[in-house]
Ligand binder design. Structure first.
Ligand code: ARG
Length: 253
């Protein structure tokens, strides 16, 4: 009798533990043979649309990680501001969007160890009088909604115009609605190149920010599996080779 009671108690505790831990599990992903990846593909060279297909550095990294975990990837497209909430709610298995790890975000989501060190850059029109961060005093700045650029610019008292799509934050600059556009450094370089000489990226960086992949809180085992795959891919030079393919210097975390 005692044995039965203790077995039942153990089972109950186990069920409770499973229910409380939340998060998405490695076994669930492996069982369905795929993982859903939430992404905002307006962020070259990390993720962008090419003929309807999502391509970029993070797509290539994710494909290699998926291969190691023995699953397929299914990319689900959305605005950046929906990526983290969707992942946190467990709607998607992983978030991939050049996501910066911040203390605030860590309260609501799990992250892999960072795989890249980025920064925020200032973009201005070629003939702009703004040459450094100090010149931004009292100026209007465009950013993408829900990003660390928005957070940083608001916290530092700039007049901020926020846009859901990164391209609209860029257009705000080229159409003269703002004096500067703040965006992640490598994305600034890629998108300014697309603008064909209209704009330039200033040398002075605003912040230092590590990129990582995001998960619902409590996805410990899945995060661990990602971390070991990532550390192998960093150690054997695969990650660096992917960056090289896109002409981006690899800056390790
Ligand atoms: N690194 C910044 C952040 O985490 C910007 C990311 C924007 N990503 C995107 N795919 N549009 O807030």
């Amino acid at each position: 009798m005692k044995k039965i009671i203790s077995i039942v108690l153990c089972l109950a505790m186990l069920m409770l533990l499973c229910a409380c831990s939340g998060g998405n599990s490695l076994s669930a992903i492996q069982k369905k043979g795929k993982m859903t990846v939430a992404t905002s593909p307006d962020f070259p060279p990390f993720e962008s649309l090419e003929g309807g297909k999502i391509v970029g550095i993070e797509v290539d990294i994710m494909d290699l990680v998926a291969e190691k975990l023995g699953v397929e990837t299914e990319f689900v497209q959305m605005d950046f501001e929906s990526v983290l909430p969707g992942v946190q709610a467990g709607k998607f298995d992983v978030g991939m969007s050049g996501i910066t790890v911040t203390e605030d975000r860590q309260k609501n989501a799990d992250f892999t160890t960072p795989y890249f060190m980025a920064s925020q850059a200032i973009v201005v029109l070629v003939d702009s009088p703004i040459t450094c961060k100090a010149d931004l005093e009292g100026k209007k700045i465009s950013v993408q909604t829900g990003t660390t650029a928005e957070e940083y610019c608001m916290a530092n008292g700039y007049e901020v115009l926020a846009y859901q799509a990164n391209n609209d934050a860029s257009s705000a600059l080229t159409t003269g609605k703002v004096d500067a556009w703040v965006v992640d450094n490598e994305v600034a370089v890629a998108l300014v190149a697309e603008l064909g000489g209209q704009a330039k990226v200033l040398d002075e960086a605003m912040t230092q920010e590590p990129y990582a992949f995001a998960f619902a809180k409590g996805s410990g085992e899945l995060v661990e599996a990602f971390n070991s795959a990532l550390s192998e891919l960093i150690a054997d030079g695969s990650v660096e080779a992917i960056f090289e393919n896109y002409g981006v210097p690899y800056v390790g975390p």
